[in-house]
Design a protein around this ligand. Structure first.
Ligand code: KIV
Length: 271
């Protein structure tokens, strides 16, 4: 399918059109300038400044510790690099759960201080007032249902969600609520492929999956997983496109060896 590089700037309207035309939407996380620049040059449709930065950038066990200020720092670096991609920033844990007024002021800080194009927020019915309030201020909102990592201590496990009928029905009804509230897209994380298919078929807005199978309108991965920088994380849904851990390890060992042996720098590498 086309990488659609002729699109000057991806917008929510273009994402909606991609769904209508059956063109799959590509989305990847980014947290810094240099990687975001490569992903944008490659033609990525959406860059997500995910709160997974808490895990892959800061080394925390969960996404809970990352702060709004830290998310803003990552987002500013990403936005500085992009020309074409649509940039979405996660509202971190604790920045919106309190009340819809707080949610709006967190979303406004992200939009004002980073120049990003939209925000993502985890949850359904329980956060719908916040979603509506943010959207009514003109900020594009992406929903996130299924395995929502900010609720990991409630779930107790990172296993597949919504395998039981009751949870599946709630997910479907939450997705419809988010659409009616005006979300421009929804991420579905780690749910059965046939449930994700039903959501994608019943909703007008794009559904982006991570571990949600092949029938949805687009796919998202965490960049460290896609590039093989993490060795330990190997869920079934992950396809690794590189084994960067081993490549970087090898290069680093080579550099150490060259320094120790005085091979680097040589005559042509000095002034
Ligand atoms: O923070 C993140 O990286 C995410 C993706 C897993 C969708 O929310």
């Amino acid at each position: 399918m086309s990488v659609n590089k002729e699109i000057k700037r991806v917008t929510t309207h273009i994402l909606q059109k991609m769904k209508q035309d059956g063109e799959r939407i590509s989305m990847l996380t980014a947290y810094d300038f240099s990687m975001a620049k490569i992903f944008d040059d490659a033609g990525m449709d959406i860059l997500l400044v995910g709160d997974s930065a808490s895990n892959v950038m800061a080394g925390h066990e969960t996404t809970l510790p990352i702060t709004l200020d830290q998310m803003i720092y990552h987002a500013v670096s990403v936005v500085r690099a992009i020309k074409r991609s649509f940039v979405v920033v996660d509202l971190p844990f604790g920045s919106y759960q309190g009340n819809s007024k707080e949610a709006l002021s967190s979303a406004i800080r992200i939009m004002k201080e980073t120049g990003a194009h939209g925000i993502k927020i985890e949850g359904g019915e329980e956060i719908i007032e916040s979603v509506k309030r943010i959207i009514s201020s003109g900020i594009p909102v992406m929903g996130h249902l299924g395995l929502t990592p900010q609720s990991i201590y409630k779930f107790g496990t990172y296993a597949v969600r919504a395998t039981e009928e009751v949870e599946a029905q709630k997910l479907l009804s939450d997705a419809k609520l988010l659409q009616e509230a005006g979300c421009f897209a929804i991420v579905l994380e780690k749910i059965p492929a046939l449930l994700a298919k039903q959501v994608a078929e019943e909703l007008r807005i794009p559904i982006i999956g991570i571990g949600a199978g092949k029938y949805v309108d687009g796919q998202v991965l965490v960049m460290h997983d896609m590039l093989g920088i993490n060795k330990e994380f190997k869920p079934r849904f992950l396809r690794r496109y590189l084994n960067l851990y081993d490549t970087i390890l090898g290069a680093t060992k080579h550099y150490i060896k060259d320094v120790k042996s005085r091979d680097f720098p040589n005559d042509s590498e000095q002034y």
